[in-house]
Design a protein around this ligand. Structure first.
Ligand code: NI
Length: 187
């Protein structure tokens, strides 16, 4: 294949800037029905409020075996009721595909859950680099007051399974209680 031209990432902020090869997506409060515990609080919020945004560089076609993708995601600060803003979260459609996350700025928690619904959390702060193993759902929660931005690298044939999480959610939620994050079981 023709060699892709290097991408330039501003490592101070994690962004890939204005490069035409970048695909962008945004998730707003209005698009996150039934993701947060307090659906009523969500429905009363401004629908256009951004919860997170993603920049994605996919140098090979989706599903290509042996390729890699690169992403930069930003989870904005905020709460829905008592629950911090977070990504929708997913398993990989191909369960035996892993991923790296590396935090650029901000602070939060990486929520991980295996196929037995056993959950754990890892603290995210600038520099923390997380290996997300096979068979493990992943979600990022911003528990700070500034945007939480992280880089990601994953296989081009991993795919995304959002439906499993849409059905049952994660087995824990991260709530703001007394101004601090608390990880709460969600059977
Ligand atoms: Ni992933």
């Amino acid at each position: 294949m023709e060699l892709p031209k290097p991408m330039v990432i501003d490592l101070r902020i994690g962004s890939m800037g204005e490069d035409a090869r970048i695909e962008r997506a945004t998730r707003t409060i209005g698009q996150m029905e039934h993701v947060f515990l307090d659906e009523r609080a969500r429905s009363l919020m401004e629908a256009e409020t951004q919860v997170y945004s993603v920049e994605c560089w996919r140098p090979v076609a989706e599903g290509t075996e042996g390729g890699l993708y690169w992403g930069s995601s930003t989870v904005y600060p905020g709460v829905v009721g008592e629950e911090y803003f977070m990504t929708r979260g997913h398993f990989h459609a191909r369960r035996n595909r892993a991923e790296y996350y590396s935090t650029i700025c901000g602070s939060g928690l990486l929520v991980l859950m295996d196929d037995q619904r056993r959950a754990s959390v890892q603290e995210m702060r600038p520099g923390t680099t997380h290996y997300i193993p096979n068979e493990t759902a992943h979600r990022v929660v911003n528990t700070g007051d500034v945007p939480l931005r992280f880089l990601a690298c994953w296989p081009s044939d991993a795919g995304h399974d959002y439906a499993t999480i849409d059905d049952r959610g994660f087995s824990v939620r991260v709530m703001r209680r007394g101004g601090h994050p608390e990880v709460v079981a969600q059977p």
